[in-house]
Write a protein that binds this ligand. Structure first.
Ligand code: SAM
Length: 267
């Protein structure tokens, strides 16, 4: 029997990319994540801000092809409530025609369930409808005790939120992992703040702001991560005159002579 692969749901995925992707500038990013997930094989992926699930579905497809891994995705459904969003969704067509109808009367969760079922990835996606929280206990529950391999934050890119995000999540990241923060590279205060922050982390200095609110175990986990890992900041910037045109990629990797993720290195 042929293993499950993207051919099974490509029409739905392309419709999600083409019709819903441009709303949040994720039509190319979702495919970049698909490729990165296939290459790096994360087991635990967390997305903060599901939107219409375009990126979620592409990541989940890669996880399903790999045969393991799960994406935990969070959204309070606030954008979905906007009248203009309902008008936009009513125009969906082709493979998304049924969704156009459902979106006019159905709840956010029902629409997302429709998307993940029709993309045939519902078994890889865990959607939580609710506020994104940074309290230690809430973050601890996100991946149900497992370390996170890929974190995609796509709901707020202000410096204050990024500091809260990194303070809360760094202690839960795997020693080889990635954090992507959408739009942060082309919002100057966040761009500068991230640059400074990464310089401090690489000097093995943890800003006090990152430690605020952490409990003893989390402080220890954060100390260990910073002590044993390096942080690389890459600004993925799009040549597009729109507001959501960048993603800051923070790569975490152990201090080592060997490249992170490599299972085979010629010496
Ligand atoms: C930019 S969209 C996400 C796009 C999606 N990741 C993609 O790639 O297509 C941001 C989403 O975050 C949600 N959101 C904004 N603030 C939130 C909060 N405080 N808690 C939970 N969800 C929030 C909005 O409802 C919206 O759907």
């Amino acid at each position: 029997m042929q293993a499950w692969n993207i051919r099974r749901n490509i029409d739905c995925l392309l419709a999600l990319r083409d019709q819903l992707g441009p709303v949040y500038g994720s039509e190319d990013l979702c495919m970049l994540f698909y490729s990165m997930v296939r290459r790096e094989q994360p087991r635990v992926v967390v997305e903060l801000g599901t939107g219409f699930g375009a990126t979620t579905a592409w990541i989940a497809t890669a996880l399903k092809e790999l045969g393991e891994g799960r994406i935990y995705t969070f959204d309070n459904g606030s954008h979905f409530q906007d009248a203009s969003v309902k008008t936009f969704l009513a125009q969906l067509h082709g493979p998304l025609l049924e969704l156009a109808q459902l979106s006019q009367t159905g709840a956010y969760e029902a629409c997302m369930a429709w998307i993940f079922e029709h993309a045939d990835v519902a078994d890889r996606v865990h959607l939580v409808k609710g506020e994104i929280e940074f309290q230690p206990r809430a973050v601890e529950a996100v991946a149900q005790g497992e370390k996170i391999d890929l974190l995609f934050s796509d709901f707020n890119h202000a410096p204050k939120t990024i500091i809260q995000l990194l303070g809360a999540y760094l202690a839960h990241m795997n020693t080889t992992s990635s954090i992507y923060i959408d739009s942060a590279s082309t919002y100057l205060p966040s761009y500068w703040m991230l640059d400074n922050l990464v310089r401090m982390l690489n000097a093995k200095r943890i800003p006090a702001a990152l430690r605020q609110g952490l409990d003893g175990d989390q402080r220890t986990a954060l100390d260990e991560l910073v002590d044993t890992c390096s942080f690389q900041l890459v600004h993925l910037v799009e040549k597009a005159p729109r507001s959501q045109n960048s993603t800051a990629w923070l790569r975490i990797a152990p201090d080592d002579l060997f490249p992170a993720h490599a299972t085979h290195v010629r010496t």
